[in-house]
Design a protein around this ligand. Structure first.
Ligand SMILES: Nc1nc2c(ncn2[C@@H]2O[C@H](COP(=O)(O)OP(=O)(O)O)[C@@H](O)[C@H]2O)c(=O)[nH]1
Ligand SMILES: [Mg+2]
Length: 142
């Protein structure tokens, strides 16, 4: 992708912090450490705009990257990180669900799964959740 000016815009934990414009949003979903941030960096040819880590569970907010004022890559926190307390996991799950439910500008959801392992219970839950949310997503054909 020929990207000129990708910028980190905001880390959000609630809908009022999401960007207030109608740019389409391309969202990365998947368990902790599956490669969501790396995927974004690879797509925009940047080494470390999206922070990656070999330690799972580092991203706890929803990070919006503004790509040339044309669209956003949205880096969701990873779920299913076993070292995270149950309370923390629930909080992260709520951020993800709230975002998928309330953002009006989701153009594409990219759901990453590690093919070396069978999908986890959380992967299956998330897949079903995304399918159920689908009717409320932004219609890219408009
Ligand atoms: N072998 C391999 N490692 C990867 C790949 N993508 C990411 N990683 C590594 O996996 C770790 C987690 O990546 P990260 O992008 O931070 O995952 P995130 O938690 O889903 O955002 C990092 O150490 C990356 O360098 C890949 O395609 N292959
Ligand atoms: Mg990440």
């Amino acid at each position: 992708m020929n990207v000129k000016n990708p910028q980190f815009e905001v880390s959000a934990v609630s809908p009022k912090q999401y960007p207030k414009n109608d740019l389409p949003q391309i969202v990365l979903v998947g368990k902790s450490n599956v490669g969501k941030s790396s995927f974004i960096n690879t797509m925009i040819n940047r080494k470390a705009l999206a922070r990656t880590s070999s330690e799972p569970g580092k991203t706890r907010q929803i990070n919006f990257y503004n790509i040339d004022k044309e669209f956003y890559f949205v880096d969701l926190p990873g779920y299913g990180f076993s070292k995270m307390s149950k309370k923390e996991q629930e909080k992260v799950g709520k951020f993800i669900e709230q975002y998928l439910n309330t953002s009006k500008n989701i153009a594409l959801v990219i759901f990453l799964i590690d093919i070396r392992h069978t999908p986890t219970e959380n992967d299956k839950l998330m897949y079903n959740y995304i399918i159920r949310c689908r009717s409320s997503f932004y219609d890219i054909s408009q």
